[in-house]
Design a protein around this ligand. Structure first.
Ligand SMILES: NC(=O)c1ccc[n+]([C@@H]2O[C@H](COP(=O)([O-])OP(=O)(O)OC[C@H]3O[C@@H](n4cnc5c(N)ncnc54)[C@H](O)[C@@H]3O)[C@@H](O)[C@H]2O)c1
Length: 256
């Protein structure tokens, strides 16, 4: 089979770790040139080498995607390196686990900045090039927490709700410019983020045992299972999917 992303340039935020790393590897294996944007310099540089060693093309930029100057610089560096960006995968994000009444204004600002403002900033920086080209794809990592709520995760749920709506808003505003924008809404993924979430929730009395995992989503989602959905949405196989959110949760949301 021919590679699905031959000749395409992809920017993946949070592309050095977790499911973002799996996507960087998968997209490169499908022929894309991959611009990896992350706060983890060492992991990012190692991953670029790993991709190059297997014959792929990758380029790393260290950036905190919650900061406008970092985002603008990262996008400029990737365009300088690869000439354009065809696909933007906004994946970077994090989690604060806290009782609602202990959640501070600083927590709100920080999590909104990392999880939601980052995608606004990235999209603003990348969309003009896509509009000029008359085509482009944006993929945003949301979560089942955009649609279902959990104790100790109020802020996280709010940020992912914002991502779900940003996705629809971009899709609607830029459909006629040839741009598709969709979200991925995973359940628990076996990544540092997913493992920390379970540990910190359990420490606050919201137990999530193996039996709970089996009941809600059968088993852990593997990072590669998120990457393959991102690949599908990035490819022309998803040419008529726009403004959608795809649950990657093995019935977790369907059963609630
Ligand atoms: N793991 C889960 O269970 C789960 C479930 C649903 C959604 N998600 C979402 O997936 C995304 C990432 O999760 P993951 O599981 O791959 O996590 P992860 O923690 O393993 O990886 C996140 C990556 O993003 C990077 N990152 C974090 N903050 C950043 C910033 N400010 N600027 C640049 N890079 C930054 C990290 O360095 C890391 O490489 C997040 O948007 C998260 O909300 C995760």
């Amino acid at each position: 089979m021919s590679p699905k992303l031959s000749g395409k340039v992809v920017l993946i935020s949070g592309g050095a770790g977790g499911a973002g790393r799996a996507a960087s590897l998968r997209f490169a294996a499908e022929g894309a040139s991959v611009g990896i944007v992350d706060i983890q310099r060492h992991a990012g540089e190692q991953l670029v080498q790993e991709i190059k060693d297997t014959g792929g093309s990758a380029f790393f930029v260290e950036a905190d995607v919650s900061k406008a100057a970092d985002v603008e610089n990262a996008v400029k560096q990737i365009i300088d390196h690869y000439e354009r960006i065809d696909i933007l995968f906004n994946h970077a994000g994090t989690l604060i686990v806290k009782p609602f009444l202990e959640t501070t204004e600083e927590d709100w600002d920080r999590l909104m900045d990392i999880n939601a403002k980052s995608m606004f900033l990235m999209s603003k920086a990348v969309l003009p090039g896509m509009i000029a080209a008359g085509k482009g794809v944006v993929i945003n990592t949301s979560s089942i927490s955009a649609f279902t709520a959990a104790p100790m995760e109020s802020l996280y749920c709010v940020t992912k709700g914002a991502v779900a709506q940003l996705t629809r808003a971009i899709a609607v505003e830029f459909r006629d410019a040839g741009i598709r924008c969709n979200a991925i809404a995973p359940g628990f993924i076996r990544t540092p983020h997913g493992l920390r979430e379970i540990k910190e929730c359990s420490a606050l009395g919201v137990e999530f045992t193996e039996a709970d995992m089996a009941k809600s989503q059968g088993r852990f989602c593997e990072p590669e299972e998120v990457a393959s959905v991102a690949l599908f949405l990035a490819s022309d196989d998803a040419s008529f999917i726009n403004g959608a959110s795809i649950d990657v949760d093995n019935t977790c949301t369907a059963a609630t």
